[in-house]
Design a protein around this ligand. Structure first.
Ligand code: ADP
Ligand code: MG
Length: 382
């Protein structure tokens, strides 16, 4: 599907569109499980997203056509009008969250398609929310600031989808900038662009295509460990609000006061906060070898200390080493999903064919491969 075809689809359903908008998915280069520890993340928007054609229709009804599901949805704008189609809830939620903030919008027609793989950890849902909130803000001249646009997408996930996510995905989709990653401080929500121009390298995700069932809510246990370690440190160092504020020396001081599990979890987080900052320093110097080393260190920490890896992801990480990939790590919460890999162009072909063959031989699953290029955030196309 391309924009001309999208406009044809729109034409068939609703007549000529007024405008076309697009908003991307995202990767996170480094900084995992740092968000709820008040630390930084380092996302970037990618060259895959949701593209929509739209036109106000002068009624109180919203009519939307999903090209990828080949399905229409029609719904009103009040709280009782929640649509039946799961994908339409993201659009309904955006409309509701705009209205809750006093934004005045009317009915519209829209058709959209996307090329962010669903549920692979690239945040197709944030791309969908951001595309609609950005388009509606623009066609109705609402003048909502960019940060609030991202918050509307996040609130949609919380209140209309039931996913209690942080703000990183929507933030990256709205604020993304070609040739830059975004260092987002999850405590202050301040952000800073960090150059990302890896000439001679590619970024590629390898999807393990597994999602392990989680028992006993391991994520909650990780959070509790982090809070317990931070609380122990805070007794001696009142300035430590989150583990983000702690050093390895502070952690050593409380070693005998916390359990072994809490200790190793905190060891990972304190290291991860520092690794992200080190990676940012290296990026400013175009030192991608160091960036890659940090990615491998993150993987090792996620696997051995934070214990959120799995056999498949560790195997893919070993594959990356075997084929001389510069950097590789689990992206996302863990227990399945993708690895993100920084690969020299000259090593790319052998890595991809080797990793696919090796993974298939070991697990009888063909992993999926997604090339990504860091690109602009939400925008009007025409
Ligand atoms: P992800 O990690 O990709 O964000 P989610 O489960 O949060 O995974 O969001 C995926 C959901 O978003 C899909 O089930 C669908 O409802 C919606 N969605 C994403 N992309 C599209 C698309 N191209 N067309 C229709 N709906 C989409
Ligand atoms: Mg999502």
């Amino acid at each position: 599907m391309d924009i001309a075809q999208l406009k044809d689809v729109f034409q068939k359903h609703y007549g000529a569109p007024d405008a076309v908008y697009s908003s991307p998915g995202r990767i996170n280069l480094i900084g995992e499980h740092t968000d709820y520890n008040g630390g930084f993340v380092l996302p970037g928007a990618i060259d895959k997203g949701i593209t929509l054609a739209i036109k106000a229709n002068g009624t109180d009804k919203i009519r939307v056509f999903s090209v990828d599901y080949n399905e229409s949805s029609e719904f009103g704008m009040s709280e009782a009008d929640k649509p039946a189609q799961p994908w339409a809830k993201y659009i309904f939620g955006v409309v509701r969250e705009i209205e809750k903030r006093g934004g005045k919008i009317k009915g519209f027609d829209a058709a959209f398609y996307g090329d962010v793989p669903l549920g692979a950890g690239l945040s197709s849902s944030a791309a969908l929310e951001s595309a609609f909130v950005f388009a509606l803000d623009d066609i109705y001249g609402l003048g909502i600031d960019k940060f609030e646009l991202a918050k509307i997408g996040q609130a949609t996930e919380h209140n209309y989808v039931g996913v209690k996510c942080g703000i990183m995905d929507q933030f990256a989709s709205i604020f993304g900038k070609k040739g830059n990653l975004i260092r987002l401080d999850c405590r202050s929500l301040e952000h800073q662009y960090v150059p990302f121009n890896p000439a001679g390298y590619k970024l590629v995700l390898i999807d393990s295509c597994v999602k392990h069932e989680l028992v006993n809510n391991p994520y909650n246990r990780r959070r509790e460990s982090c809070e317990a370690a931070a609380a122990a440190i805070r007794k001696r160092h009142p300035e430590v609000e989150f583990l983000r504020d702690a050093s390895f020396a502070m952690l050593e001081e409380v070693k005998s006061e916390i359990c072994e599990e809490d200790y190793i979890r905190a060891e990972f987080v304190i290291g991860e906060v520092q690794r992200l900052l080190d990676a940012c320093d290296a990026l400013v110097k175009d030192d991608y070898v160091t960036v890659g080393q940090k990615m491998y260190e993150t993987h090792a920490g996620l696997s051995k200390l934070y214990e959120v890896s799995c056999e498949e992801l560790d195997f893919l990480n070993d594959c990356a080493k075997k084929y001389s990939v510069t950097g590789s790590r689990i992206m996302g919460g863990g227990f399945g999903g993708c690895t993100i890999n920084l690969v020299e162009e000259s090593k790319y072909a052998s890595f991809i064919s080797g990793a696919i063959a090796d993974y298939k031989a070991k697990f009888s699953i063909e992993p999926k491969v997604y090339d990504v290029v860091i690109s602009d955030g939400a925008r009007k196309i025409e």
